[in-house]
Design a protein around this ligand. Structure first.
Ligand code: MRU
Length: 386
């Protein structure tokens, strides 16, 4: 989608779109160091589990590509051991940027594996750096094609599920939470990819999405993506999910994931669990759409998924453009950040994610297909699909 890519790497430039100032300003920021990549992920200038994994990988690609061009050659390219001593702490550092999205850890582990296997094959440091560059690029590049696969799997499954439930499989209304489109990935999206696929197949009625406070991924980012894709859509406040289900025909809830435990318990943006409880009450299929790299077999269930708590101040602030609009000398809408609470609150609870128990999830869709629970079981066994 033109203009809405989260990351672009052209020639010797690595840039991200600053998601803190979307939708009113499209500002590209150059990422010139590992520290800048770490900061961009931590401060949520870029966010979304697959996108942060892609940026971490491309930050290493950028760093090593520059190093190979430098004269004199940096000391860490003098031997494989020196390169290992340089790259390992970088990967460890990138991994600490955000704790819940396992894709970041999957990417850094994969790069570490490439490092280890290039080391044992006896290659010299420059060749090992080239292997890491190739693998880093692959991690970012493969994201879009797998998103397209899982969107098709999930969309086709939902059409059939609606027919199994007595529907026509036509004109499906789907609610989503947060932002899971091209801004959250390297392209096309996961849950928003499924919605896009239904739209492209003329099976979508409307996409509904929650505002997703406090960062407002829904009202700022999903809104922008759906407008760009010309997909008919309706925004709701986070508090309106129950009312929506009571008064409108919603055929499915489709969400992304930051980490899926072995039994199917799923950590995703705060508010996902609320939607899942309400979907179960209204017998609406609840679908998780995420790449295999989001499934963490080392975690048995949701209780062991680390949940990131964001700085309390973020829950007290709202960002956006001034209304009525006013413009700066370049004609850009002026942005503001306003405090919506008293400034001295006693306590603020601000978890960034919640865990939806597998029991409430109808299907988990990956690039390999659609997983459902066995008859009579309340959890998934995902060990076979990874
Ligand atoms: O805090 P965020 O905006 O990074 O959280 C994003 C989500 O929860 C998404 O649903 C998830 O990462 C899947 S993105 C394809």
């Amino acid at each position: 989608m033109p203009g809405l890519t989260s990351i672009r790497m052209t020639g010797d430039k690595l840039e991200i779109v600053n998601q803190l100032v979307l939708p009113h300003t499209t500002e590209y920021i150059e990422i010139n160091s590992i520290e800048q990549a770490h900061d961009a992920i931590k401060s949520m200038k870029i966010r979304g589990a697959p996108a942060i994994a892609s940026l971490a990988s491309l930050a290493l690609v950028f760093h090593l590509s520059q190093a190979l061009e430098l004269s004199p050659t940096p000391e860490y390219l003098a031997s494989p051991e020196a390169l290992q001593g340089h790259v390992t702490p970088i990967l460890d550092f990138l991994y600490t940027a955000r704790p819940t999205a396992v894709n970041l850890g999957a990417a850094t582990r994969r790069l570490n594996k490439t490092l280890q296997s290039s080391l044992v094959s006896g290659k010299h440091a420059r060749a090992i750096a080239e292997d890491l560059i190739a693998e880093g690029r692959l991690i970012a590049d493969e994201d879009e094609s797998r998103n397209r696969k899982m969107s098709k799997w999930g969309g086709d499954w939902l059409v059939e599920e609606d027919k199994r439930n007595g529907g026509s499989g036509e004109v499906l209304n789907v609610l989503t939470v947060c932002n899971t489109g091209s801004l959250a990935t390297s392209g096309y999206g996961t849950a928003l990819g499924l919605i896009t696929y239904l739209h492209e197949s003329s099976k979508l009625g409307k996409a509904y999405y929650t505002q997703t406070a406090p960062y407002h991924q829904g009202s700022r980012l999903t809104a922008l993506e759906l407008k760009a894709l010309q997909i008919p859509s309706v925004m709701i406040c986070d508090t309106m999910v129950g009312s929506l289900f009571q008064h409108h025909k919603i055929h499915a809830v489709a969400v992304g994931a930051d980490r899926v435990a072995r039994n199917g318990d799923t950590a995703n943006k705060i508010g996902t669990y609320n939607a899942a409880v309400l979907a179960a009450r209204h017998k609406i299929p609840f679908i998780v759409v995420a790449p295999i790299s989001t499934v963490d077999l080392d975690v048995a269930d949701g209780a062991s998924i680390p949940i990131e708590h964001r700085p309390p101040l973020e829950a007290c602030l709202v960002r956006g453009a001034l209304y009525p609009p006013s413009f700066d000398s370049q004609g850009n809408k002026q942005q503001a950040q306003v405090m919506i609470t008293p400034s001295d609150l006693d306590g603020i609870y601000n978890p960034s994610f919640d865990v939806t128990p597998a029991e409430l999830i109808t299907a988990i869709v990956t690039e390999k297909g659609v997983a459902v629970k066995k008859e009579g079981e309340s959890t998934f066994d995902l060990s076979g699909i990874v």
